[in-house]
Ligand binder design. Sequence first.
Ligand SMILES: [Zn+2]
Length: 152
Amino acid sequence: MNNLDTIQENLQDAAYAITDNFCYGCYKVVDGDHCPTCGSDDFMRHLSGVGVEYGTEWVIDHIIETKLEAIDGEELFEELLDECYPEITVGCCTFSPSQVMKELDPVCFRIGTQENLDSLAEDGQLYEHNGDYYTLTDIEEMIDGIEEETDF
Ligand SMILES: [Zn+2]
């Protein structure tokens, strides 16, 4: 099992841990594996103060959006360019490589920003969720935090 599957599984576990079973038929939160009133085990997830829906996707969206800050891809790419290439001096002016690319070829800069994010995600350093990127460290810390709060 690779890292990505583990994270997805852990997010899923966290989503279950912070929500309650909710029986739609009886329209109430339920303890245990079956609804004591109607016997159903086809539960929705109930997240206090947020809502009730089937599935865990929306819970995971909520956790990530409220607890984590997405990576600023442009800033990351600027840092990379400025580390990899020397400053450019013309007469009395000095420009950083990121500044030069951003000003002269914004399309190239935008493509580079995206490619950099994609390759970091492929390397397993970043985690992509709904088009935003998060560091694996942040994700793992967040999951650990939820694990401690709810001991799942
Ligand atoms: Zn029920």
